[in-house]
Design a protein around this ligand. Structure first.
Ligand code: SAH
Length: 395
């Protein structure tokens, strides 16, 4: 018999609004002893059926909802969800010229804890919740049943796994072993993705459209790509005709992949510099040396991992934005981002405004930027929006 989770009085409200997370504090009683990841039925205190979700006994999020309807959670359920996700990644949402695509974006595709990225003919998955781990085999079967691919590889090596009481898991799930580096095309630009050693599943697909915007603004500009990783923005700027691009990152292996990526796109050596250094220090060094740029990208890692880090993170964002503004030429463009979900859009804009005041620069916002459409946000789960950015011009 299916095990049941009964909520406390009044705690069904967010579930009725189709929010997928149930915290331990909302639970009155568990009937039966569900195992980690097992499907449970969720009921209100008054006995109303609310849906089915995955039991996660070690997490603060004790249940994550699979469905708000009377439906079985089984292989067919996962096949259906995957088919729905594929439809919204078709042209015109994602162009035919793009072969690196996020296919499943966790809660936003109705599959909490399941992330699937497609790099050419291979799928790379992350299973980050007890429920996703429990159904891993069915999800993998549903994937290769619906998507023609050569192989499916797992990169479940996220820090959040600990909170779920799960171990890391990396390796082949199905089909052929992918090569060390998979070549993808993003809006016509080529990139090698190291799916085993790279960050996340190997590439930051969420920035695709923002890179294309940088590509269209780079002609004849002196560009600084801060936190360049494997050169997503740098390559876009070079392909867009930048006079010269400095790619700055503290990770040597990321920069050497960036170098290969630049070469893949046939860019002459005198148009770029790879700099392995700390962004905070290097921006100060450039300021002291009177170096100036016409376009600067700031795409740092998450400075805010949890709510109590907001102030500390805000100071770090302000610091790099202020110095970047000081080394921008008049008419120079700043593309500045935060991928911290806890940092709200308006707060980020205020931080950038404070940075401009301290930098003694007048900046005008030209565009508000976000994540690419293969990272959709289901309206009932606004937490799905995490990437925010501004395109601003120095007057
Ligand atoms: N812009 C990239 C993604 C950036 S990921 C893209 O489009 O693909 C963040 C990067 O910041 C990582 O490569 C990491 O090595 C680098 N990084 C983190 N802290 C840094 C620091 N203090 N100085 C320089 N690079 C840093």
């Amino acid at each position: 018999m299916i095990k049941q989770v009964i909520l406390k009085q009044g705690r069904e409200k967010s579930v009725i609004r189709r929010h997928p997370w149930i915290f331990t504090g909302a639970i009155q009683k568990v009937v039966g002893s569900p195992e980690q990841g097992e499907t449970v039925e969720l009921l209100s205190a008054g006995g109303q059926f609310l849906g089915r979700g995955a039991w996660s006994p070690q997490s603060q999020m004790a249940v994550r909802m699979w469905s708000f309807m009377e439906e079985q959670i089984d292989l067919d359920f996962f096949k259906r969800k995957i088919r729905e996700a594929i439809v919204l990644r078709n042209p015109p949402v994602i162009s035919d010229e793009t072969t690196g695509v996020r296919l499943i974006h966790s809660e936003s595709d109705g599959l909490p804890g399941v992330t699937v990225d497609r790099y050419g003919e291979y799928l790379i998955c992350q299973f980050s919740t007890a429920g996703a781990g429990y159904w891993k085999k069915s999800i993998v079967d549903a994937l290769h049943n619906n998507i023609s691919c050569k192989g499916i590889f797992e990169r479940s090596d996220l820090s959040v796994l600990k909170k779920e009481g799960m171990g890391e898991s990396i390796g082949m799930l199905w089909g052929e072993d992918p090569p060390e580096v998979i070549e993808i095309v993003e809006d016509g630009r080529k990139f090698g993705v190291n799916i085993r050693a790279g960050h996340k599943t190997g590439f930051y697909l969420d920035q695709r459209e923002n890179r294309s915007l940088v590509n269209s603004c780079s002609k004849d500009r002196e560009v600084l790509d801060c936190f360049s990783y494997t050169g997503g923005f740098g390559v876009a700027a070079l392909a867009g005709g930048a006079r010269h691009v400095t790619l700055l990152d503290s990770s040597g292996p990321s920069l050497s992949q960036a170098h290969s990526n630049i070469q893949l796109n046939n860019i002459p050596e005198d148009r770029y510099t790879l700099l392995e250094a700390d962004v905070f220090q290097t921006l100060r060094k450039f300021r002291a040396e009177n170096r100036r740029f016409d376009l600067i990208i700031l795409d740092p890692p998450k400075f805010v991992e949890s709510r109590n880090q907001i102030d500390k993170g805000a100071r770090a964002y302000k610091d790099i934005n202020m110095i970047a503004m000081q080394i921008l030429n008049p008419g120079g463009l700043l593309f500045t981002f935060s991928c911290s979900g806890h940092m709200e859009d308006l707060l980020f804009q205020k931080i950038v405004a404070d940075a401009a005041l301290d930098a003694l620069r007048e900046m005008k916002i030209l565009r508000w930027l976000s994540q690419a459409p293969d990272h959709p946000v289901i309206t009932s789960f606004p937490e799905g929006k995490y990437l925010k950015g501004l395109m601003a011009i120095a007057t």
